[in-house]
Design a protein around this ligand. Structure first.
Ligand code: ZN
Length: 233
């Protein structure tokens, strides 16, 4: 068991070094960059669907527009063919209504064009921002790589120590369990019982029943986090 705990300690140091890379300023910059990129992408999608909506509305407006124009031709004809006092007032009402509808459609179309222009402007702003971010990311990646190179020899040294210790592990089964849990992201695997009642991994208070069992077996998986709690080192 002692050797396994030694290995666990070395693994802990490796994890700390990896965390150093993850937490370095460049890595944080990179995370922010990815966020900008993601936000940019969803913004583009938004703009695209807005543009589609505008095109749809524009087509509908143009359809109505041509329909009204058709109506105005009919009115013009009526005007010429049979002008009499009976229908002149309805003719004027129709014509006025038509003028109102046409100018309303015109206003809508203009509004749509204005919106479309705005989308084009926003898209190009966004595109510039993303290009800028991409340029910066090259530098960020280089800085992360530099940090990684800095810790790489230390990690290699620790891994080498682990390799040398592995043949000395007596309880192969326990070590296999250790490796399996570590691979599943559970770390540390072997923990102490803290203050006679807490799991040293997840810090949950353990039941009296559990502690009784632990006293007998000396080693038992935590019911909450699955880590193996050891009674004695
Ligand atoms: Zn636990």
């Amino acid at each position: 068991m002692k050797v396994i705990l030694e290995i666990q300690n070395l693994d802990r140091q490796i994890r700390a070094l990896n965390r150093e890379v993850d937490k370095c300023p460049a890595s944080i910059d990179f995370k922010n960059y990815k966020k900008v990129l993601q936000e940019g992408r969803s913004r583009f999608e938004q703009l695209e669907s807005q543009a589609n909506e505008i095109i749809k509305n524009y087509n509908a407006a143009m359809n109505r527009y041509s329909k009204f124009k058709g109506n105005s031709e009919i009115i013009k004809k009526r005007n010429v063919e049979n002008i009499n006092l009976d229908n002149i007032s309805s003719l004027i009402t129709d014509a006025n209504g038509l003028v109102g509808e046409l100018s309303e459609e015109n206003r809508r179309v203009e509004e749509l064009v204005r919106k479309a222009e705005e989308i084009v402007r926003k898209s190009s702003e966004l595109s510039n921002k993303l290009t800028e971010a991409k340029k910066r990311s090259v530098n960020i990646k280089a800085r992360i790589e530099e940090k990684r190179q800095e810790v790489a020899p230390k990690i290699a040294e620790l891994e080498n120590k682990i390799k040398n210790l592995e043949p000395k592990v007596e309880d192969k089964e326990k070590y296999a369990k250790y490796k399996e849990m570590k691979a599943n992201g559970i770390f540390p695997v072997y923990v102490n019982l803290e203050d006679s009642r807490f799991c040293g991994g997840c810090k949950t208070e353990l039941s009296l029943n559990f502690i009784e069992k632990l006293k007998n077996k000396k080693m038992l998986s935590c019911e909450h986090c699955g880590r193996i709690i050891m009674l004695d080192k």
